[in-house]
Design a binder for this molecule. Structure first.
Ligand SMILES: Nc1nc2c(ncn2[C@@H]2O[C@H](COP(=O)(O)OP(=O)(O)OP(=O)(O)O)[C@@H](O)[C@H]2O)c(=O)[nH]1
Ligand SMILES: [Mg+2]
Length: 367
């Protein structure tokens, strides 16, 4: 399962710089617009304290964290939906992602050129949103053209349902509201909407890119921005991408922590960002723990035991018999699998068990 978050925003706002903090594959960051053309893809490990705590108890040969993919996408400009700048390419790259990290420039620096000469994250966000909305509108109109006739001549039922879904989304877009705000009544309708892969349907989180002096407190740009997106229910993170990308270059973990604490940060903005992206994608983690390896695995919130077993191997899902489950807190409290068992805290669960974040799982299967 490989899930992707795309980093988007206007040119020169710090997307590649942020990507560099996130990834070992260094994207080229430079002070000229459109420096990024092909999207850079980085596989990022998801930081999880619990994995280390389990490993301290189990002493495995290997510790394997789980990962997500981050894609650094080229900057977008006004008119992108009509093919301006790197418009169409940019938009097709966004279409392939599962969620969006929207970066806003919230730092002053006369040496870094800005599209309109003035730093204004609220306006920048509107420019990007408008382009995405316009592109979606184009998509939805072409879909409507395809089904309208069938739907109106009373023919196919499917066409009617689709037409209604499209119409509902179109109205929302025309009001300037993204497709993610539209609610549907049935699973069928949701599926029709999902299959459009609309840009404004993707979940979003915002990153305000600030200078190092504002790393903790934020600044006036951030305050204004937060107010402007108040009713979107989206997370807004403050990250000082430039200084963090320099810190990320340091060789040892200790050095990196030292520099972070000098900035007053306990955890890097990047760590916070990865965790937020994980939440945004509705993902959770279960663990497996044995002498060979202690490992974190990603699953979708709400998945049942067999589906989670399938994350490890499709045979585990096909031949699923049962799962032995230890709650993470119990594992830590009793300090070993044997002690947990003796305390009667290992649960045997069947195919309807909904796996919870932090569960330590052992699957029994039969092939
Ligand atoms: N002063 C300051 N400069 C920054 C900060 N973040 C990024 N920059 C600089 O801004 C310039 C552009 O950064 P990039 O990360 O290449 O921007 P981008 O958004 O990827 O740009 P495109 O790929 O062209 O769309 C670089 O010179 C960075 O060093 C920051 O927080 N403060
Ligand atoms: Mg870039």
């Amino acid at each position: 399962m490989s899930l992707q978050c795309g980093i988007i925003g206007l040119p020169n706002v710090g997307k590649s710089t942020l990507f560099n903090c996130l990834s070992n594959a260094k994207a080229q960051a430079a002070n000229f617009p459109f420096c990024t053309i092909e999207p850079n893809i980085g596989v990022i490990t998801v930081p999880d304290e619990r994995l280390n705590k389990l490993a301290e108890l189990v002493h495995p040969q290997k510790i394997v964290p789980t990962t997500i993919e981050i894609v650094d996408i080229a900057g977008l400009v006004k008119g992108a939906s009509k093919g301006e700048g790197l418009g169409n390419k940019f938009l097709s790259h966004i279409r392939e992602t599962d969620a969006i990290i929207h970066v806003l420039r919230c730092f002053d620096d006369e040496n870094v050129s800005h599209m309109d000469g003035v730093v204004d994250p609220v306006r920048d966000k509107e420019i990007v949103d408008t382009e995405l909305l316009l592109k979606d509108l184009e998509t939805i109109e072409s879909r409507i053209n395809k089904v309208e006739k069938q739907a109106k001549t009373g023919g196919e039922k499917d066409a009617k349902v689709a037409f209604e879904v499209y119409r509902k989304i179109k109205e929302s877009l025309l009001r300037g509201e993204p497709a993610r705000t539209v609610n549907f009544e049935t699973k069928d309708e949701e599926k029709i909407a999902h299959d459009l892969f609309l840009l404004t349907a993707k979940p979003v989180l915002y990153v305000c890119n600030v200078d190092e002096s504002a790393a903790i407190t934020g600044n006036a740009y951030v305050d204004t921005f937060k107010k402007a997106v108040e009713n979107e229910n989206a997370e807004v993170l403050v990250v000082a991408a430039k200084i963090e990308s320099e810190i990320a270059e340091l060789d040892t973990y200790e050095d990196r922590q030292l520099f972070l604490s000098e900035l007053g940060l306990e955890e890097s903005g990047v760590n916070r960002l990865i965790k937020a992206a994980y939440r945004l994608l509705n993902l959770q983690t279960f663990f497996t723990a044995g002498p060979q390896e202690v490992r974190a695995w990603t699953f979708h919130k709400g998945w049942k035991a067999p589906q989670c077993a399938g994350v490890i191997h499709s045979d585990f899902e096909k031949g699923f018999i049962r799962a032995e489950v230890i709650k993470y807190d119990d594992y830590i409290a009793y300090k070993s699998e044997t002690a947990v068992k003796e305390a009667g805290k290992m649960y045997i669960e069947g195919k309807d068990y909904i796996v919870e974040d932090g569960d330590v799982m052992h699957f029994r299967f039969n092939v």
